[in-house]
Design a protein around this ligand. Structure first.
Ligand code: TRP
Length: 320
């Protein structure tokens, strides 16, 4: 291809996030919680990229390996000249493998972090000069306005990284329903899903020895302090992550080391010693469990690819 692609940025045309309201609501619950999407300010997005390179964090490596290994089949599944939409694209690292093989008519990266999106788009522009990029700054958890692109083939939503695991099962079902509407009849999804395995391996992946995951988790409190005028004593909270086997998920918490209070604007929150703020889930699915969930949302599970060690899965779904 010789013609030059175009790169443009778009807002998601929905109501903006209300960070303060979400924080106050979450911290007012009997079991305190905070929405994980707020992890991803510029520092959080950078820390997350660092997590992906950690020795204990196997999902990124396993997903890249399986994508490389099966790329011909994945490309055949997706079809050429498609409109490739990626939710939570971040640095678009894995996407490069797909872009090369699929040669989509247009690539629509969607991310909540504008800095991550701008950085990724600038690199893609030099690496893939032929590629049309329509970047959308927004929250894929809500209905999105995706800019139209004339002449593109079918819509394929790429949702790697087991980000779907960060939604509860009910939220995942609603999200899959919404995405089925977004891709339309015959549209497709490529979803990366972490699978159930030895809990020790899972535990290590979210409790890395260098403490990067801890920094990533604690950064949420720093962000509340910086952006909402909070006064959390970040040193008096610790990262606490464990595998909840009955629920089939890793839970990440920020646990208070002592009795303390924290103020956010005019709101005051009390913490008992050991009390935690639940900041994220990372649900793990067997291949069968995830296919059943996708079917419930009106998708036909057409393909499943895994790495040799069977640590991670990529599901090829078609809107039924
Ligand atoms: N979705 C991925 C996962 O659940 C990546 C991720 C999101 C993550 N938040 C994280 C990884 C926090 C480590 C820590 O594994």
């Amino acid at each position: 291809m010789t013609s030059k692609g175009q790169v443009s940025f778009h807002g998601s045309a929905v109501a903006p996030d209300n960070f303060l309201e979400d924080v106050v609501t979450g911290l007012s619950l009997a079991r305190k919680e905070l929405p994980p999407k707020y992890f991803y300010d510029a520092r959080g997005s950078a820390l997350f990229e660092e997590i992906c390179t950690l020795p204990e964090y196997y999902p990124t490596r396993a997903e890249i390996a399986l994508t490389r290994q099966h790329i011909a089949e994945i490309a055949r599944f997706a079809g050429e000249g498609s409109e490739l939409i990626e939710y939570g694209s971040g640095a678009s690292t894995k996407t490069r493998i797909l872009l090369e093989a699929l040669e989509p008519a247009v690539y629509v990266p969607v991310d909540i972090s504008e800095s991550a999106l701008r950085g990724a788009a600038a690199l893609l522009e030099t690496e893939f000069p032929w590629l049309n990029v329509r970047a959308v700054v927004g929250d894929f958890g809500r209905p999105l306005a995706i800019p139209a692109f004339a002449g593109a083939g079918r819509k394929v939503v790429y949702f790697p990284g087991s980000t779907i695991g960060n939604l509860t099962r009910e939220e995942s079902l609603a999200f899959l329903h919404m995405t089925r509407g977004q891709v339309g009849p015959g549209g497709a999804m490529l979803v990366g899903v972490d699978v159930k395995k030895d809990p020790n391996l899972l535990h290590a992946a979210y409790n890395d020895s260098q403490g990067v995951t801890a920094k990533f988790n604690l950064n949420l409190l720093s962000r509340i302090n910086a952006e909402l005028g909070g006064d959390f004593e970040v040193g008096k909270f610790v990262h606490y992550a464990f595998y909840n086997a009955p629920m089939g998920r890793i839970e990440m918490h920020l646990a208070s080391l002592e009795r303390q209070t924290a103020n956010v604007g005019s709101y005051r929150f009390r913490f008992a010693p050991g009390e935690s703020i639940h900041t994220e889930n990372s649900c793990k699915y067997s291949v069968e469990e995830f296919q059943a969930l996708a079917a419930q949302a009106g998708f036909r599970g057409e393909k499943v690819w895994m790495d040799d060690a069977r640590l991670f899965s990529l599901h090829g779904l078609v809107a039924a």
